[in-house]
Write a protein that binds this ligand. Sequence first.
Ligand code: THU
Length: 146
Amino acid sequence: MSSASESPSSASAIDWDALRSVATAAMGKAYAPYSKYPVGAAAIATDGRIVSGCNIENASYGVTLCAECSLVTDLIMGGGGRLVAFTCVDGNGNVLMPCGRCRQLLFEHSDAGMLLETVSGIRTIDQVLPDAFGPRQLDEYKADSE
Ligand code: THU
């Protein structure tokens, strides 16, 4: 697929169909023997790299990794950067809303104004996780304590 060579500035600059295809391919690799609910996620990083992930379940259910977790692993292991556009699909290839925990996970690695394809259309990370807690709060606390 063609990928952005720099941070896309608008939703129309992103080939969402192609990104969803990558997420659907990742979904095909899911290890979900317990829920039988495979999930795939794909994103574009600031350098245009495409990263992806699938859910990886565990017999100790709470240890399950969401697709977003392996996507972030792919981002970091591939050289880091930030996420500029993200999509996620279920086993039928339909767009899936990242769970609350994963919105926090994505926020940590998001570029400013990161776009997500959601069940309500294209949204920014700030729209899906308003007033987020993040690294800035830790920095501000540290500065106030000094
Ligand atoms: N799941 C994800 O991979 N991402 C989400 O954002 C929502 C839920 C997975 C976890 C579990 O393997 C399955 O979906 C059912 O909850």
